[in-house]
Design a binder for this molecule. Structure first.
Ligand SMILES: Nc1nc2c(c(=O)[nH]1)N[C@H]1C(S)=C(S)[C@@H](COP(=O)(O)OP(=O)(O)OC[C@H]3O[C@@H](n4cnc5c(=O)[nH]c(N)nc54)[C@H](O)[C@@H]3O)O[C@H]1N2
Ligand SMILES: Nc1nc2c(c(=O)[nH]1)N[C@H]1C(S)=C(S)[C@@H](COP(=O)(O)OP(=O)(O)OC[C@H]3O[C@@H](n4cnc5c(=O)[nH]c(N)nc54)[C@H](O)[C@@H]3O)O[C@H]1N2
Ligand code: SF4
Ligand SMILES: [Mo]
Length: 707
């Protein structure tokens, strides 16, 4: 198949679009949360689905290459025990024996936002209800936990309110810590469809591709967002921009918020954020004058921070106070990351009990017991520990076995040195992945080979709450099995298979999950099975009229008093701040639209590899470079580690700051394990480093102190 790839690399792609090979089926893309509809053809060819509402006939490079990356030589094709092939029967016997030896109370699982909803639900159910494992979290903690915590407290439920049509119907779009040109290119395309001549505001310390395309770029000091949004709220109040009727009818806590932001006058806000007073005032005017439709969009620049939840809520506050919610082109909108992060938020049975329920609530437990047929006493009465807390338990020797599914923490978890040390303490590490070569799979005692997207069926939930169906169009390689089948094997092997008789196929599990969702904000009981998802090109929760729908049109939220809450806090400084030894702030994030996270998949495509630099590039401001010249090899050092990179001197980063893409496995050797205390999401976008020339003669220092 990789031969095929070379054949259609380049201008031939155009002919393929005109005369594509036979269509085998349709699927929702398995990379990002945009959830583009794709057609899967023979010979590994993918084309965008012209009829799908989300992407309207377009796809980004990862989508086009989605099938080709399945044919890599390092696909896991047989179970491996300490690197040696074993049969599935042996693998299951090893799994069960070791897990029993350690005891389920001393085991945990780490799930993902990148398998089918039905699969993650089955995993959560088998592990927690069947095996009695109490603790399970997922890579969604690295990504969306902040948005979840913020929405729950502010809206009463984890409910991103928007539909993608809002990109097209907005007059002012404010992107905070988001770089959709790279991370969500097809959503950016929806922005470009906007015919209202919108103002596009980008709030990001870097001049990103998105910032370069903006009407206004607020190049704030990293992690000063909270002060900026309080300052903006203060300006909006002064301009008389509060939507009093909406605030009165649909919110609580406005007065406290108003008092809290009094302290953020222009002077203070400007000095704490490095944003000119005139720009803050201008943005406040844009938000209120002529009552435009304003939408706020945030991603990892907000979610990954030491005070992330309160920052997300300071954005929500702005939408609430100006009544920009529940109407076309508005909203306080968190853009999701992975293809099924939304599925994992509602149905992974980790932080929440299936269907967005609460483990500690006896009524919820009874309801889920009835909906699933699982005996009530098997449902835990408390939620899992968070990812970082699970690792802490490993450190303290209480958790001795870890089962990791469809995530690669030996690359992606923050502060690698600590992670590696902890993982090596484990008595039993099981990794379930489609490749045997990932950084985490190479550490596994037992590797379970998984089928990939395209080789199995099920549903994802995208960023606008759309359930979409993906078809199986090819066989998995060797003896690899779908994650769904692996979880069923585990249940049988553990001896709890009887509990899951009804969970016999993804379609049956979808029905069980529908029952779990009854009377919740995410109620999907009325969906007529996969058939409706296929026929309608996905269905947003909760189902209703129209192809694209938003929440809160009636001004009623999911809190007990049906009012949205204003939430505020005092800004705290970041944990690690620049000093003489480590003078630069290091930011990390997505490098290109052709690279996906730890690159286990995208790294296999020859087409995608041509779309980004092959070396690790450190972007450094010229005035911080000292004697370092553009293109020079450098050492990037933090208090945790030291890595090599190639310096690129650009003014796209602010003076005193540097940027590294997250796709290189070494980058997290530098980062510092700090989490937001509310969401427990890691703060990947703030630590300090020094950069020195990698020279044999001597070390030439850079940074403000070195210049
Ligand atoms: N091509 C590609 N697309 C992807 C992914 C991928 O790996 N590759 N991953 C997907 C996933 S899981 C996710 S979560 C999303 C992430 O999507 P994004 O969040 O858009 O991507 P990032 O580059 O991580 O971070 C966005 C921006 O935050 C800025 N930032 C850093 N610190 C701050 C700060 O303190 N304040 C503000 N306002 N901004 C700050 C960074 O400079 C960066 O430009 O992308 C998804 N899409
Ligand atoms: N420095 C820094 N680090 C970061 C971030 C950052 O901005 N900066 N961002 C964080 C964010 S937002 C995220 S979401 C994480 C992502 O971090 P990870 O989840 O670790 O990254 P992926 O490379 O997506 O890992 C997915 C794994 O699942 C495997 N896989 C794919 N499909 C399947 C399947 O169907 N079944 C099974 N069993 N396996 C499958 C892949 O081969 C791969 O090994 O990284 C985080 N790490
Ligand atoms: S934008 Fe996201 S969902 Fe669409 S093709 Fe690209 S990776 Fe897939
Ligand atoms: Mo993410």
């Amino acid at each position: 198949m990789s031969l095929q790839l070379r054949e259609w690399d380049g201008p031939l792609t155009r002919d393929l679009v005109r005369h594509p090979p036979k269509v085998l089926g349709k699927a929702v893309c398995g990379f990002c949360s945009t959830g583009c509809g794709l057609k899967l053809h023979e010979n590994g060819v993918v084309t965008p689905d012209l009829d799908y509402t989300v992407n309207q006939g377009t796809a980004c490079p990862k989508g086009w290459e989605a099938l080709s990356v399945l044919d890599a030589p390092d696909r896991a094709t047989v179970p491996l025990h300490h690197g040696k092939p074993v049969s599935w029967a042996e693998a299951m016997s090893i799994f069960t024996t070791k897990m029993r030896e350690v005891g389920p109370e001393n085991a945990a699982f780490i799930s993902t936002g990148q398998i089918m909803t039905e699969e993650m639900a089955l995993l959560g159910a088998v592990a927690k209800f069947g095996m009695g494992i109490l603790h399970g979290d997922g890579n969604t903690r690295q990504c969306m936990a902040t948005a979840v915590a913020a929405y729950k407290e502010s809206f009463g439920f984890d409910a991103p309110p928007f539909t993608y049509a809002d990109f097209e119907q907005s007059d002012v779009l404010v992107f905070v810590g988001a770089n959709p040109c790279i991370a969500h290119p097809i959503l950016w395309q929806r922005v470009l469809n906007n015919k209202r001549n919108p103002k596009i505001v980008v709030i990001d310390p870097r001049t990103t591709e998105t910032a370069a395309a903006a009407t206004m770029h607020l190049r704030l000091r990293p992690k000063s967002d909270l002060a900026l949004f309080y300052g903006l709220a203060h300006q909006i109040i002064q301009l008389g921009g509060t939507d009093k009727a909406f605030v009165q009818a649909s919110t609580s806590g406005y007065e406290q918020m108003r008092e809290h932001v009094q302290a953020y006058d222009l002077d203070r806000t400007s000095s704490e954020t490095d944003i000119a007073m005139s720009d803050i005032r201008m943005l406040a005017r844009w938000i209120v004058e002529g009552t435009p439709r304003v939408s706020f969009w945030w991603t990892m620049g907000v979610n990954q921070g030491h005070q992330a939840t309160r920052t997300a809520q300071s954005i929500i506050n702005l939408a609430l106070m100006t009544g920009n919610i529940g109407k076309p082109g508005t909203g306080a909108n968190s853009i999701t990351g992975q293809c099924n992060a939304m599925g994992s938020r509602l149905f992974s049975n980790t932080t929440n009990l299936l269907g967005g329920h609460d483990f500690t609530n006896p009524i919820h437990r009874e309801k889920v017991a009835r909906a699933t047929g699982i005996p009530l006493e098997r449902i835990p009465t408390r939620p899992s520990l968070a990812y970082d807390q699970i690792l802490q338990e490993v450190e303290e020797g209480r958790i001795k076995a870890l089962w990791i599914i469809a995530t690669n923490p030996a690359h992606s978890w923050i502060q690698q040195g600590r992670f590696q040390k902890l993982a090596s303490k484990l008595e039993f590490l099981v990794v379930q992945d489609m490749y045997h070569s990932t950084e985490t799979a190479r550490m596994a005692h037992l590797l379970l080979p998984a089928a990939a997207w395209g080789e199995k069926e099920g549903t994802f939930i995208n960023s606008e709450r759309r359930h979409g169906y993906s078809m199986k169009v090819r066989r998995p390689p060797g003896q690899a099995l779908s994650d769904f089948s692996i979880f069923r094997l585990v249940a049988e092997s553990w001896g709890c298979g009887d509990l899951f008789r009804e969970w016999s196929s993804p379609a049956e599990v979808f029905k069980i999950l529908q029952r779990c969702s009854a009377d919740q904000p995410c109620d999907i009981t009325s969906i007529q099975g996969y058939e409706q998802l296929i026929r309608e090109g996905g269905v947003q929760w909760p189902p209703g009229q129209g192809k694209e729908r938003r929440l809160f049109e009636d001004g009623k939220f999911f809190t007990p008093d049906r009012k949205a809450r204003f939430v505020v806090a005092d800004p705290q400084p970041p944990i690690e701040t620049p000093d003489d030894a480590y003078p630069l702030v290091l930011l990390t994030g997505r490098g290109s639209s052709a690279q996906w996270h730890t690159e286990t998949r995208t790294g296999k495509s020859q087409v995608l590899s041509k779309l980004h630099p092959s070396e690790l590039i450190l972007t450094l401001h010229p005035s911080d470079a000292g004697h370092i010249v553009d293109g020079q090899k450098v050492l990037v050092q933090s208090r945790r580690g030291s890595i090599k990179a190639t310096a690129q001197l650009r003014t796209t980063v602010r003076r005193g700051e540097a940027f590294l893409p997250m796709h290189n496995p070494q980058v997290n050797q530098l980062t510092l394990e700090v989490v937001d205390p509310i969401s427990r999401q890691p703060s990947y976008k703030h630590c300090t480093v020094r950069v020195t020339a990698e020279s044999t003669v001597g070390v030439v220092s850079s940074g403000r102190s070195g210049v």
